[in-house]
Design a protein around this ligand. Structure first.
Ligand SMILES: [Zn+2]
Length: 284
């Protein structure tokens, strides 16, 4: 934030947000979405539109499970109310292919998803989690605003660079439930927004026969809407980017919000909400 004592809050003055990110648009997503929607949680689904309808298998830790992709016509209903994002047209390793190919993989996938969402798609997850400086430049040119990696931070920090958005952890991370309990604790010394970001692939619940794990986790994290903002990746990115647009007067007393969303922050013991297009006067 602009000045020393102002600390960003999430919408409605909440200090915490929870988001999920799942890749590949496999048929196991249907079961996952039933859980996610049932618990009132939000997430982002990164899909390869060039592979939809394909039926293959995936072997991991000696177990083979179906890796069937949903059919194109199933996509709108399965993901209703959640976010769809880019994962490359055909799941190529975008850091390993020529930059023109990477740009095509991103933009063709984006275009196909936009036919479904009827809105600009601005986020993605890296296929295989790989990226490079060259790829970051490609994504900036494609006007991709955020891209998720597979590097677990084990923390609740917001990303410094949304194009290298490191999740808190994978759902099979042994720290998952301990992190969950730590996240739910009342915040005593607020130093900035806390984001719990969980990622994975839903076919992994079949591999490890642990659907109960994610159901238990979701259940534990749900029902805290007053303290936790349940949001998609893009909603979080948009909100944080809006906060970066706040403009302060030279004396720090007046803050103007030029964006289209209300921005919340804590200053001293006060919670301030600056509405779109409005200027707030701070007591200091
Ligand atoms: Zn993938």
């Amino acid at each position: 934030m602009g000045l020393r004592r102002d600390t960003l809050l999430f919408p409605e003055g909440r200090k915490k947000a929870l988001t999920f990110s799942y890749d590949d648009a496999v048929t196991q997503d249907v079961r996952f979405l039933e859980l996610l929607n049932g618990f009132g949680l939000k997430g982002t689904f990164n899909i390869n539109t060039g592979l939809l309808g394909n039926q293959d298998h995936h072997t991991q830790d000696g177990k083979t499970v179906t890796h069937y992709k949903l059919n194109p016509e199933e996509i709108p209903e399965v993901y209703a109310g959640q976010e769809l994002a880019v994962h490359g047209l055909t799941h190529l390793d975008l850091a390993a292919v020529p930059t023109a190919t990477a740009a095509y993989e991103v933009m063709a996938d984006r275009r196909n998803i936009e036919e479904i969402t009827k809105a600009p798609v601005r986020g993605m997850a890296y296929p295989f989690g790989t990226y490079s400086e060259e790829l970051l430049a490609v994504l900036r040119n494609c006007q991709i605003e955020y891209a998720r990696t597979v590097a677990a931070t084990g923390t609740f920090a917001l990303p410094e660079d949304f194009l290298q958005w490191h999740p808190t952890c994978h759902h099979n991370d042994e720290r998952l439930f301990a992190l969950g309990e730590s996240f739910l604790k009342p915040v005593e010394d607020y130093r900035g927004p806390l984001l719990f970001y969980v990622w994975g692939h839903t076919y992994e619940f079949d591999v490890y026969d642990n659907w109960d794990r994610i159901e238990t986790f979701m259940q534990r994290m749900s029902g805290h809407g007053e303290e936790i903002w349940y949001a998609t990746n893009q909603e979080i990115c948009d909100y944080v980017n809006a906060a970066k647009q706040l403009r302060y007067s030279a004396n720090g007393r007046y803050v103007y919000n030029p964006t289209v969303r209300t921005v919340w922050f804590a200053t001293g013991n006060e919670t301030i909400a600056v509405a779109p297009g409005e200027t707030a006067a701070l007591k200091r």
